[in-house]
Design a protein around this ligand. Structure first.
Ligand SMILES: [Zn+2]
Length: 405
């Protein structure tokens, strides 16, 4: 009865677990999926914990039942031992009586008549004689009665012992059942532990995945906001054509008057060609317009450095960016501050960097030639609006690009 109830509970718990497992999606693709999966895993774990507790309680009960059965069995074995002692005693008694009786019968046969006659003749009176005759009869009756009594006693004790042995067998069967039950419950308990451990692993993995998804979502949101800000800035810039906000802080760029002429040192750029040809490096954009020079300045955007390691060329998003010299692309990547950027190695310790690109057309390891369109101006990374942040590095140190253009 008890056993059947336990099995039913275990079966119900098991099927409940299977149903839940089927509901849970294998992959969490979105934050809400991962959160939902996390909740489901926690629920599964709670269920498994409850089942485990129930199994532990069952195990305790079984162990207690086993102790009980063990006590009963020991008591029963003591009873059997007592009964066996009793039986031996009864058998001895019966045997003694039988032997005594045989001796008396034998004596009476051997000396029967004489002794009987002697007994009878020794009677002093008729009454005495009758008494003596009665005495002889009584002796034989006594023997028979005693023998019967002892025989019965022996039979009874034997019966009792058999009954006790039967009870002992039943107790042993009960004990075996309990051992089996204990093994079963133990096995279920171990399975439950494994299940809980597996759920805990899944919960950990899911939590890590959730964190990753949240991080990615934040990154994506930040990029969207940057793009929106850049778009807004571009629209405002287009609206008011003066664009007097951006001033070159570089000492060399004294010309602040207007358009393409501002890149004084290079000189030849005004003609529409994107290659200046004069310097070691050519201008990375056509009609270059410097909006911020190399050197120290007020940080224009929160998060930007106050030391300006390059030169900013103001240009609309999509404006082509050209390689300043022949070389090899060593980096083509995205960075939260630089946005999409390209680094070209020109040999002799010289590199040029092109940052905040809206698009990049080259890949790492690719050979490029001077004047090749490698990317497009954009507003990715930390920026207030679309421009090309251009750096020249010599032996790993940023230098003023104007010295090479
Ligand atoms: Zn810059």
């Amino acid at each position: 009865m008890e056993k059947r109830r336990v099995r039913r509970i275990a079966a119900a718990a098991m099927s409940g677990f299977l149903t839940l497992s089927l509901v849970v999606p294998v992959h969490a693709d979105s934050i809400s999926d991962a959160q939902q999966k996390g909740q489901q895993l926690e629920q599964q774990k709670n269920t498994a914990e409850n089942e485990k507790n129930s199994l532990s309680a069952q195990l305790n009960q079984v162990v207690s039942d086993m102790e009980d059965a063990e006590k009963k069995l020991t008591a029963k074995q003591d009873e059997i031992k007592t009964a066996q002692d009793e039986l031996v005693k009864a058998q001895i008694q019966e045997n003694d009586q039988y032997e005594a009786m045989k001796l008396r019968i034998k004596y009476m046969y051997e000396n029967g008549n004489t002794s009987l006659i002697e007994v009878l003749f020794s009677a002093k009176s008729m009454g005495d004689l009758l008494n003596k005759a009665e005495y002889v009869k009584t002796i034989s009756e006594y023997d028979r009665e005693m023998l019967e009594k002892y025989e019965n006693l022996t039979k009874e004790v034997e019966k009792k012992e058999k009954a006790l042995q039967k009870e002992e067998e039943e107790l042993k069967t009960l004990q075996n059942d309990l051992i089996q039950k204990k093994d079963n419950v133990n096995k279920l308990l171990q399975e439950k532990q494994v299940e809980i451990a597996s759920l805990e692993t899944q919960i950990g993995e899911n939590a890590a995945k959730l964190q990753q998804l949240i991080k990615e979502a934040q990154e994506a949101k930040r990029r969207q906001e940057e793009a929106a800000a850049a778009k807004k800035a571009a629209e405002e810039a287009a609206k008011d054509k003066q664009q007097s906000q951006n001033k070159p802080s570089n000492g060399g760029g004294s010309a602040n008057s207007g358009n393409s002429g501002s890149s004084g040192s290079g000189g030849s750029g005004g003609g529409g060609s994107h290659v200046s040809g004069n310097g070691t490096l050519s201008y990375p954009v056509a009609n270059p317009r410097i909006t911020s020079g190399f050197g120290y300045r007020e940080a224009p955007t929160e998060g930007a450095t106050s030391r300006h390691d390059g030169v900013d060329f103001g240009a609309a998003t999509g404006t082509p960016i050209y390689a300043s010299a022949d070389g090899t692309v060593v980096t083509s990547a995205y960075n939260s501050a630089r946005g999409n950027y390209v680094v070209i190695n020109h040999g002799n310790g010289m590199q040029t960097w092109y940052q905040h690109c809206s698009a990049v057309y080259v890949t790492q390891g690719q050979k490029v030639s001077r004047g090749q369109n490698i990317a497009a101006v954009g507003a990715t990374g930390i920026v207030t609006g679309p421009h090309l942040h251009y750096e020249v590095h010599v032996n790993g140190v940023p230098v003023d690009p104007m010295n090479y253009l």
